[in-house]
Each structure stands twice: as structure tokens, then as C-alpha cells.
Design a binder for this molecule. Structure first.
Ligand code: DLL
Length: 437
């Protein structure tokens, strides 16, 4: 394979040099952190009053974790390390509590972030000849502007189409010969369904690849999008607390996401004991930003579950790879005492070829028990007078799910296009059980 690197010196840097670079940047980041009200007090509580107290990367472990709760407590300026007049942008993610997590950038922060996203995009084989349709939400969400800047940086023609409005998306693809897409995986599946409905032939489009991220999805979902759209799909991971997209990305090997270790320090911990897991074991990802001055965040508990791949990647990059993020430590459902991750359900149903591109998991109380219903879409041709094929498919889905999650769900089949679609992150789980149970 012909690998291309945006910044070969950094991307293929020998590990000892890379770690020395991390240490240097960590010390600078601690310097920024000590200028914020939050970390002045938090670092002070463990005796860190100057960056010089950090002598090795291992010293990072002396620093307590930062949580989403801390970020909310620090709203609006508790994490700001520079004078307000030097801030040029903010991004925010709204949460269920109503207090947004807000991240500030100065001009250099934006440039650095752009560099990381450009590195991701270029590493998949894109270049200035590509036409890039950015079908994700712009605005406070980081996905739109983050990819927009990265695409422009490598010279692609960027179409800022934003999410939604599939008819307009098709028109743009046709008019401008779009070669690269960016969207959430659920929106890519929706686009494909609508394309079929509209009778648009795949061969009439110039599509070659897509970046899919911002929400968890299985390897089966990737394969499904690739097979339906005849493109390569690359997994893209990031979070607003760490700038947004551009944190970890797949290279052309499509086997794990390289985390850019010159920009972020990654640790994986056991979410219960808070101790590091052994290499290769699954745990919660903890990240420290090394490339942002305005809003330093140290040892942030992402809640995302993943593992390190330990063996080197065939592409020659030395930055470690993360396994596809399967979900979050806080999205586990407990159904009649059995632990189920939504990703396990997705993996099963996306592997069944008769099942359509959209699904919904519903958990409700029925008397004293929990009841799990999995609603999936199927093609209209199966809704015929003869109910037998329908019932047989339902039973097959139920049995396959039961074998995977040890619970027998109720399965409902719905006509294609009838389940709710979200333009941004898909809402896959509707849990209506009373919260105190
Ligand atoms: O979702 C940033 C982003 C934009 C990433 C565009 C990729 C593409 P937030 O809204 O702060 O930021 O949400 C971050 O989304 O902690 C994960 O739980 C989840 N997530 C993001 N990417 C992936 C992925 C953006 N590839 C949260 N696989 C993260 C699984 C993902 N989950």
C-alpha cells in the first residue's frame, strides 16, 4: 500500500523521542494549567506548584483525574488560562444537566487542532484533488468546523453542507463530484437508504471514501456502509474536551485508531479501581491535552471504553492504536440484572442482511420486570400477505440476540424509513424505566 503522511517526522517518530516530546509538552501544559483557577487549586492540593515538579511522564499519575462534573463546576471560566481578549473561539457540548462543557481556543490552538485533523484526513489517502462534503452539524458542535478546517488545510474543495436534507446532499454530490464524505455512521446509513429510495445510482457518483465518527458503531456497520456505498470508511474519534475530532483516526490499514500522542497523552484505566489496565485489556480512556493553551485539561475521564493495540501498525506510524470504541462505561444497560451494552445489540443486528439501516432499543418496566424491545427496519417486500417469512426473520433475530446478550428481547420489524432519524448523533436507546430503580 502507498501510505502518505502529513507530517512524517512526527507520525513516524521513534518512541523514545516521542515520549521526550510528550514530557516537554506536558510540562508546558502544566504551566498553562497553573494559570487556571481550577488547576491552581487542584494541583496545589497534591503539592504541584510548578511544571518543574514533573520530571518523568510517570509523574502525571500524581495528578487527580478531571471529570465532566469538574468541567461543569468550573463553568464558565474556571478552566481558562489566558486573558479573555486572546480567546478567538469557543465550542461547547450541551449535556443533560443544561450546563454546557465549554472549551476556549486562542489562534495557535486553532492552528494546532487544524493540523491534527489534516493529518487524519491526509493519512487516509485524500489530497487537494478531492471534493469533500462535510455532512455533519456546524456550530457549537466541533465536528463541522473541525473537519472543515482540516479539509481546507490540505487543499481539498470543502462543501460545508452540514447535516440533514438528503435531497440537497445528493444534488451537491452530483453537481460537484463529491469524492469524500464526513458524517455520523447513522446518517451515512440514512443517506444510503434515501439514495436507494430516490433511485440514485451509486455509479453516477464519484464517492471514494467517508469518515464516520462522533458515535459508537460496530465493525459490521462499517462493512455495511462500505458495501452499500462502495467506499472505504475510516473511523474517526474525538471529543470536545480534547478539541473535537482529530484525536484518534484510522490509517489506510483500517485496524485501530492511531491516537496522536504528540498532542494527547492516553491512559486506559479500570473504571472501578481507577488503576491502569494491562496492555491490550479494555478499560476507560483517560486523556490529557498537550496541544492547547487556552483550556488545559489534565487526565480527563472520557468514560469511553477501549484498549491499546500493542503490536506496531503496518503503516509505520509509531503512535499507538486504540481499539474501536464500543461504548461508554455509563451507557451500560442493566436489564433484569443482566449487563448489556447497546453496541452488542448493534453488532448482532447489523450482521443480519435482511435488517435495514436503522434500529431502536427500548427498555421499559412491565410490572416488576424490565422488558427489552429491539425495533429494526426491514425492506417493504417482506410485509406481504404471508406472515411466515416475517415471523421467521423475527425469530431468527430474537435467537441471535439471545445467544449474544443472554436476554430474550421482543423484536419488532418496521418498514424502512419509519423509525426516527437523527441528523446528529443517533439516539439508539429509549429507556423509560423510572430513574430510581
Ligand atoms: O463527537 C467530536 C467528533 C466530531 C468526533 C466528529 C468525531 C467526528 P462530543 O460531542 O464531545 O465530540 O462527543 C464525544 O462521542 O466521548 C464518545 O463517547 C463519542 N464518540 C466520538 N467519536 C466516536 C467514535 C465529538 N469514533 C463523545 N466511536 C466521545 C465511538 C465516539 N464513540
Amino acid at each position: 500500500m502507498n501510505f502518505q503522511y502529513w507530517n512524517p517526522q512526527i507520525e513516524k517518530m521513534p518512541r523514545p523521542e516521542l515520549e521526550a516530546l510528550q514530557l516537554e509538552k506536558l510540562k508546558a501544559e502544566i504551566g498553562h494549567a497553573l494559570r487556571t483557577p481550577f488547576y491552581k487549586s487542584r494541583l496545589g492540593s497534591v503539592g504541584i506548584k510548578s511544571p518543574d515538579e514533573i520530571k518523568t511522564l510517570d509523574d502525571l499519575k500524581k495528578i487527580p483525574f478531571t471529570t465532566k462534573h469538574d468541567l461543569r463546576e468550573g463553568f464558565p471560566y474556571g478552566f481558562l488560562s489566558i486573558p479573555k481578549e486572546e480567546v478567538v473561539r469557543l465550542h461547547a457540548s450541551s449535556g443533560t444537566t443544561g450546563i454546557p462543557t465549554t472549551i476556549y481556543f486562542n489562534q495557535d490552538d486553532i492552528k494546532r487542532w487544524t493540523g491534527y485533523v489534516a493529518r487524519c484526513i491526509f493519512g487516509t489517502g485524500c489530497d487537494k484533488h478531492d471534493v469533500f462534503q462535510n455532512m455533519i452539524t456546524y456550530g457549537l458542535f466541533t465536528g463541522g468546523l473541525g473537519f472543515h478546517q482540516g479539509g481546507e488545510e490540505i487543499g481539498m474543495l470543502v462543501i460545508p453542507s452540514g447535516a440533514g436534507n438528503t435531497a440537497r446532499q445528493f444534488k451537491l454530490m452530483q453537481d460537484f463530484g463529491t469524492t469524500v464524505l464526513h458524517a455520523t455512521p447513522s446518517f451515512l446509513l440514512h443517506v444510503e437508504s434515501k439514495m436507494r429510495e430516490a433511485g440514485i445510482k451509486r455509479e453516477s457518483l464519484a464517492l471514494k471514501r467517508a469518515f464516520a465518527g462522533a458515535e459508537p458503531y460496530s465493525e459490521d456497520t462499517r462493512r455495511r456502509i462500505e458495501n452499500l456505498l462502495h467506499i472505504d470508511v475510516y473511523n474517526s474519534y474525538g471529543l470536545s474536551e480534547m478539541n473535537g475530532p482529530g484525536v484518534a483516526f484510522e490509517c489506510q490499514c483500517k485496524n485501530g485508531l492511531h491516537i496522536w500522542e504528540d498532542g494527547y497523552i492516553a491512559e486506559i484505566i479500570n473504571p472501578d479501581t481507577l488503576e491502569p489496565v494491562k496492555d491490550g485489556e479494555t478499560g476507560e480512556l483517560v486523556l490529557t491535552v498537550l496541544c492547547r493553551e487556552a483550556t488545559p485539561i489534565l487526565r480527563y475521564r472520557t468514560r469511553d471504553l477501549t484498549a491499546f493495540y500493542t503490536e506496531p501498525c503496518a503503516c509505520g506510524r509509531t503512535h499507538r492504536r486504540l481499539r474501536r470504541i464500543t461504548g461508554r462505561s455509563d451507557d451500560m444497560l442493566i436489564i433484569n440484572g443482566v449487563n448489556v451494552f447497546p453496541s452488542q445489540i448493534e453488532e448482532v443486528i447489523m450482521g443480519i442482511k435482511e435488517v435495514g439501516n436503522n434500529y431502536l432499543i427500548v427498555v421499559e418496566k412491565e410490572g416488576v420486570l424490565d422488558r427489552l424491545t429491539v425495533k429494526t427496519e426491514v425492506g417493504a417486500d417482506i410485509f406481504m400477505d404471508d406472515a411466515r417469512p416475517l415471523n421467521a426473520l423475527k425469530e431468527r433475530i430474537r435467537e441471535t440476540l439471545q445467544a449474544s446478550i443472554s436476554i430474550s428481547p421482543r423484536v419488532e420489524l418496521h418498514e424502512s424509513g419509519s423509525l426516527p432519524v437523527s441528523e446528529g448523533k443517533a439516539v439508539r436507546v429509549k429507556d423509560t424505566r423510572p430513574k430510581d430503580v
